[in-house]
Write a protein that binds this ligand. Structure first.
Ligand SMILES: Cc1cc2nc3c(=O)[nH]c(=O)nc-3n(C[C@H](O)[C@H](O)[C@H](O)COP(=O)(O)OP(=O)(O)OC[C@H]3O[C@@H](n4cnc5c(N)ncnc54)[C@H](O)[C@@H]3O)c2cc1C
Length: 378
């Protein structure tokens, strides 16, 4: 029997950011991760973008609240910047004028630096775009690339340095409460004991709740595909912005001399080790060659990952209303990396019985917006 204050299930970005902030508060924390490596699932499969205008309201607040950590992480957290400038251009086609106006107005109202571009200006910045298909685009200049590995492993390294424990190949198979203590059993029979269990199991969060005899909150994992595409010899895309269509049918961004391309699919599925489907790869290429001047003879490697959502699209961070000591940290959808510092700090504060951090309060973050109660009542 191994005892800790807090047992976190899941070593992805959600579990590790919470573990880091809890350890900073002096808590004894054990993270249980089923795979050989933390980050094998969604965390290791993202498009690595930081955008303050992307996602629902609470996500935008948590992304903004994360910015200070990204820009100046604690000493020794990482040896190079976590964010690097990228910029994202959201393009609109004829018939999408109203949506485009709304995007510009909303982005600016949120304080983002958003510039309206003509189709020709877009083609100057990203020369493969076909300007004749577009009515214009909105450039969010402050969108950034995230070094996901540096962020995730920064949390892991600092957590371990503070005495935290990560157990890999630890498939949680049983969770039960005796008195005020939770007992978590893993596949090899080892048992871990703590007064708080944090459910940061990504797409499996509802499955973890069921193991603990707790009502699931209705999480839907959605598969998203990404394909790497070679560029013609001599074409250097390093300085291009990311391009995303306003209808969310296609996005692409430079990635180490090639393009990372996604059809932005969101196919509901079961929690699993998601794999790309041939049809989705074909759709990706078709949309890319339609929107750009590129020809694709042979796609590079492809992968798929799960973005998991609750019914209202917002994440959950809070204690289960009916089961004391069971903390939900799930439903980060397509924004779990760019919100991780704020979500981790918020979770640590809630678990330690503290208030919402002042900087988040200033942005309008409330417990009600993140509490699982909103879902368990519906
Ligand atoms: C294609 C794609 C593009 C994306 N692009 C972006 C982006 O640009 N920006 C952004 O911010 N976000 C993006 N996301 C979303 C982001 O990747 C997720 O929101 C985030 O990784 C979720 O982190 P997590 O820790 O909750 O989940 P995960 O990383 O999946 O971690 C959950 C962990 O729990 C473990 N686990 C599950 N069950 C058990 C068990 N029984 N016992 C022990 N361990 C268990 C799993 O093994 C897993 O490691 C993207 C996602 C995809 C798929």
């Amino acid at each position: 029997m191994i005892t800790a204050d807090i047992i976190i299930i899941g070593g992805g970005i959600a579990g590790m950011s919470a573990a880091y902030f809890l350890a900073k508060k002096g808590k004894k924390v054990i993270v249980l991760e089923r795979e050989d490596q933390p980050g094998y699932h969604s965390t290791g499969r993202s498009a690595a973008l930081y955008s303050e205008t992307y996602g629902p309201k609470i996500i935008r607040k948590m992304s903004t609240a994360s910015k200070a950590f990204f820009l100046s992480p604690p000493d020794g957290f990482t040896s190079h910047p976590i964010l690097t400038p990228r910029g994202v251009i959201v393009t609109a086609m004829p018939g999408e004028e109203a949506k485009f106006d709304e995007l510009l107005t909303e982005g600016r109202a949120n304080g983002a630096n958003v510039i309206a571009l003509s189709p020709e200006q877009i083609a100057e910045l990203v020369p493969i775009v076909k300007p004749e298909l577009l009515i214009g685009g909105a450039l969010e200049t402050d969108a950034m690339d995230i070094d996901v590995h540096a962020l995730h492993w920064g949390f892991i390294a600092q957590f371990k340095k503070m005495g935290g424990t990560i157990v890999t190949r630890a498939d949680v198979t049983g969770i039960e409460k005796t008195g005020v203590e939770w007992q978590v059993t893993i596949g090899n029979g080892d048992v871990f004991k703590g007064t708080v269990v944090v459910n940061a199991a990504g797409a499996w969060a509802d499955e973890i709740a069921k193991q603990a005899q707790i009502k699931p909150l209705g999480l839907t994992p959605k598969r998203r595909t990404a394909v790497m595409i070679d560029l013609p010899a001599g074409m250097n895309a390093d300085h291009w912005h990311m391009v995303s269509s306003i209808d969310e049918g296609l996005y692409f961004k430079p990635d180490a001399g090639r393009l990372l391309v996604s059809p932005a699919d969101a196919t509901p599925t079961i929690p699993q080790d998601a794999q790309p489907e041939e049809l989705d790869i074909a759709i990706t290429i078709d949309r890319l060659v339609t929107a750009t001047t590129l020809t694709v003879n042979r796609p590079g490697e492809s992968w798929a990952g799960l973005r998991s959502f609750f019914a209202d699209g917002d994440p959950v961070s809070g204690f289960d209303p009916d089961h004391g000591g069971f903390y939900w940290l799930a439903g980060q959808g397509g924004y779990g990396i760019q919100t991780a510092p704020a979500m981790g700090e918020y979770a640590a504060c809630m678990i330690c019985g503290e208030d919402v951090p002042a900087a988040m309060q200033k942005l309008g973050v409330t417990q009600a917006a993140l509490s699982p109660t909103r879902l368990s009542l519906s």
